[in-house]
Design a protein around this ligand. Sequence first.
Ligand code: AMP
Length: 409
Amino acid sequence: MSFSALGLTEPILRALEEKGYSTPSPIQIEAIPAVLSGRDVMAAAQTGTGKTASFTLPLLQRLACGPRVKANHIRALVLTPTRELAVQVGQSVAAYGRHLPLKSGVVYGGVKINPQMMKLRGGIDVLVATPGRLLDLFSQNAVRFSQVETLVLDEADRMLDMGFIDDIRKILALLPKQRQNLLFSATFSDSIRNLTDGLLNDPLLIEVSPRNSAAENVKQWLFEVDQGKKAALLSHLVRTKDWEQVLVFTRTKNGADRLVRHLQSDNLSAVAIHGDKSQGARTRALADFKANKIRVLVATDIAARGLDINELPQVVNFDLPKVAQDYVHRIGRTGRAGLQGEGISLVSADEVKLLSAIESLIRQTLLREVEAGFIPAHKVPLTRQMKVRPKKPKKPKKKQPQSGPRGQG
Ligand code: AMP
């Protein structure tokens, strides 16, 4: 299957060739013809499946044949939960559309609004936006929606998790009724289904990977370790396993900063990326990591959303996430576009409940390992007991009914 067989035209095919893509991914095979035909789409697709191109390519092609965009107007709106994802999608739009006479732009909060207002003055064909900033721009008359032909909700589940539902509903009420709607979400929760009721018109449903399963080409396992020894174990693993580029998740911003300080004091180049860092610092950290100037990038879940790092070989869960689905999102950062990846979790005794929630979600028991020198204390008394306890004379016991092999009962 080639991209041209999907109905894409020369300027887009040329851009794809320049990006080095030769074969469409499964979601692209399904979504591109549907979006080109003007149909609504609802897709369950994890990040790493090529979902961005699956909506961007046909969207650009449709826009290329429509009317010119008017001042302060936009013709397609892509809503994303985070600034990082907005930037990422904006870059894809610019790259895939580079041979088309279309204007694109990205707006998000946390930076000055004026340059964004200026950019909108001439009109923008494809605007990628986070919900809050878009509403700010609207309230200042910087953006008008009457020319909107297509709406894309990207990572819709995360937008709801982050509490954007009211903003999304406000935006929906401002858009023309007649439009194409494309919704992408890693999972289809009940809240997503509530949102889509009445929003999507006879959508094509696409599900490219089973619900809530982690990427298949990612080898996953865990190290049992004491909480207090996790940082030392991570340094040890980075060194002994020669990990050149590893993305590490922590649950909290403080935890991320503390870990970075530990790694740096251990002479490993590391940087944290989280919500308290300025946009400039986050962009710089990501660029340095991509350029291999930094070996360990430590991120919180929200900050990591939308990070697109090609060929990322290892993802480490320094803490297990509180929400089991975040495990799937985290692991989705490796093994992208068909490459092999490794997802390693450092799990302490206090995280047992989180672990079992994750294992039941992914319907898989993760392989347990311990690393010499980092054997958790809760395993030690067991060994000691066996060594020091004097042998008691065996009492004759009542025979118990035979039970099945361990773990199968
Ligand atoms: P996404 O799922 O949209 O985040 O994309 C994951 C990664 O795959 C990105 O780095 C894309 O640039 C890349 N990608 C998307 N489509 C293809 C394709 N057909 N062939 C090769 N790489 C692709």
